[in-house]
Design a protein around this ligand. Structure first.
Ligand SMILES: Nc1ncnc2c1ncn2[C@@H]1O[C@H](COP(=O)(O)OP(=O)(O)OP(=O)(O)O)[C@@H](O)[C@H]1O
Ligand SMILES: [Mg+2]
Length: 256
């Protein structure tokens, strides 16, 4: 059976990598096997999954522009076994794009490889999570990196700009044929923020899956590089549960 493929998208700095780490950990806690793909050109999802900076930087970057799957030179499973690193938090991490030097060229080839991995069948993986680089071009880039995603989680903070990015994302995702786009309202500090998310993010083609509170301990642990070891505060854990429930509800139960 095909794995469930989730893309985590949104404006810069809204909390994509934090939410990707929390969601990946929650699926692992449910006993699911998770592959997490970092497509940030400055990769740091490894830090959220318990690797040190040196370990995160040592992950070999996926080859670019591969044709993955039948007719191609390799399969997604082979790429995961060769380039994936098991993290202390449980998920296997792939690093798809790294810009190590100035003027190293565009990252389209790396995006093409990720697209191929999502298109290929993975027998032993329950959930594939892609932590996307900020911006919308991965949805319009020819073919779309996330064209084979089953759902997008578009992360927002309580700002008009990030909400606008979310509504634009939902429209582009629908054009690409991605079945569902769910919004995550992150860094909520008040009931007003929750109301803002409810008003701005429940609209055509978009549904607010959860409001994630701003949590000082999370921000601090992230700064200290200890996010993967932190005990998730109950309010945050509940929000993450709501995200997982909304995903299952939207896509149908993923009984694997
Ligand atoms: N719920 C939260 N509570 C407190 N701080 C948070 C929360 N979510 C994210 N942050 C903080 O916000 C900052 C940005 O988070 P993160 O790196 O996850 O965003 P991003 O969207 O992945 O950014 P980029 O676009 O640079 O990839 C970090 O300092 C992180 O610790
Ligand atoms: Mg990030």
């Amino acid at each position: 059976m095909q794995s469930m493929r989730l893309g985590i998208v949104g404006k810069g700095g809204v909390g994509k990598t934090t939410v990707a780490g929390l969601v990946a950990r929650a699926y692992v806690e449910q006993g699911r096997s998770v592959v997490a793909i970092d497509t940030d050109s400055n990769p740091n999802l490894g830090l959220s999954l318990g690797l040190s900076l040196a370990e995160t930087e040592a992950i070999p970057v996926l080859p670019r522009s591969l044709i993955v799957g039948s007719g191609g030179s390799t399969t997604a499973a082979e790429l995961i076994s060769e380039f994936g690193r098991v993290t202390p938090a449980g998920p296997t991490l792939l690093s798809a794009i790294k810009v190590a030097q100035a003027g190293a060229g565009c990252t389209c080839g790396g995006h093409a490889t990720v697209r191929g991995i999502l298109a290929d069948a993975l027998a032993d993986v329950d959930v594939v999570l892609v932590d996307m680089e900020a911006g919308l071009e991965h949805l319009s880039r020819s073919g779309g990196t996330l064209a084979y995603a089953d759902a997008l989680l578009v992360v927002c903070e309580p700002t008009r700009k990030s909400a606008l990015t979310a509504t634009r994302t939902a429209a582009l995702a629908a054009e690409l044929g991605i079945p569902a786009t769910l919004a995550v309202g992150n860094k909520a500090k008040s009931g007003d923020d929750a109301d803002f998310f409810a008003a701005a993010l429940n609209r055509d083609g978009l549904r607010l899956a959860a409001v994630v509170p701003y949590d000082q301990d999370i921000a601090q642990a992230d700064r200290a590089g200890t996010l993967a070891a932190v005990t998730i505060p109950p309010a945050l854990a509940q929000a993450v549960d709501e995200i997982l429930a909304a995903v299952s509800d939207t896509l149908g139960a993923v009984a694997r």
